[in-house]
Design a protein around this ligand. Structure first.
Ligand code: SAM
Length: 284
């Protein structure tokens, strides 16, 4: 049985004597339509390997395993093992790794689990207390992820899809948009989960195959520059960069101007291409 309704999830928890752990961000999906929306965005087929973080009670894992070649899922809460064993018993193509995903070397985990010609998709209903660290761990892992489909808090989704000029545009927007085309797939109400979270959620897709053409000479420099630029929002770009990077204002102004950017503008006005040009000046 795949637990996709509140009644089924309650029954499963009761039978196994499991209580949802708030500290692990355990809000289980109990809406089959939302599950289907995630599965459709992942678009698993016989060549797809899915890396999932936080399988929980296995509802999404099971739905993905129906259509994917293989699902490798990392779950921090080992006390869910009996539940996952039961829910996933009919799938021979699922492997659960009971670890804190932030402590796992994802490349070392996935390399022996993937073959030539397979497509890797990251899918997760993320625990909200560690959304950004997990997302960046995956996006920076050098895994050949072709797409990431994640459930996040709605305000995190707003920041992920934000465009220059808006109040939500910041480090997270540039960070994810640098790695792929970002799209909000759906907004999701608290009623889709058990227990219900105190916030709205959204499913976001990052299509890494539709990555923008711009590339920074040194990505570490790019993200240092982006973090410094947004570090003090009310400052002009040159003041924010000088403060954040600890460089003299004159030198900063020279580099900003050389990148074809007005030193008096603000970080939220810069496009991804502007940030890349700017970072390339600082990388020299
Ligand atoms: N995928 C399930 C669903 O959609 O119903 C559960 C999602 S629940 C929001 C988040 C899951 O992530 C929980 O099962 C929780 O135990 C797990 N989790 C929390 N922190 C984790 C970490 N650092 N590494 C791996 N799993 C984690």
């Amino acid at each position: 049985m795949t637990p996709v309704s509140a009644r089924e999830v309650k029954e499963l928890l009761r039978r196994h004597g499991v209580i949802a752990k708030k500290g692990y961000g355990q809000n289980f999906l109990v809406d089959g339509r939302v599950l289907e929306i995630i599965v459709r965005a992942v678009a698993p087929d016989a060549h797809t390997v899915v890396l999932e973080v936080g399988p929980g009670l296995g509802a999404l894992t099971s739905a993905l395993a129906e259509r994917a070649k293989r699902v490798v899922a990392i779950e921090k809460d080992a006390s869910l093992r009996p539940v996952l064993d039961e829910v996933l018993s009919r799938h021979g193509n699922v492997e659960i790794v009971y670890e804190d995903c932030l402590k796992v070397d994802l490349r070392a985990l996935m390399a022996p689990r993937m073959a030539q010609g397979e497509r890797l998709v990251f899918a997760a209903n993320l625990p909200y207390y560690v959304t950004t660290p997990i997302l960046f761990q995956v996006l920076e892992s050098e895994l050949p992820v072709s797409r990431a489909v994640v459930m996040v808090q709605r305000e995190v989704a707003d920041r992920m899809v934000a465009e220059p000029g808006g109040k939500d545009y910041g480090v997270l927007s540039v960070g994810v948009q640098y790695r792929g085309r970002v799209r909000r797939v759906a907004n999701v109400p608290p009623s889709a989960f058990l227990p219900q979270p105190g916030v709205e959620s959204a499913v976001v897709e990052i299509d890494c195959e539709m990555r923008p053409a711009v590339r920074a000479a040194d990505e570490a420099v790019l993200f240092r520059v982006v973090r410094a630029a947004f570090g003090t929002r009310r400052k002009t770009l040159e003041n924010a960069l000088a403060a954040g990077l600890g460089e003299p204002k004159e030198a900063v102004r020279h580099k900003v101007t050389a990148a074809g950017i007005d030193p008096g503008t603000r970080a939220e006005r810069l496009s991804l291409a502007d940030f890349v040009r700017l970072a390339d000046e600082f990388a020299q």
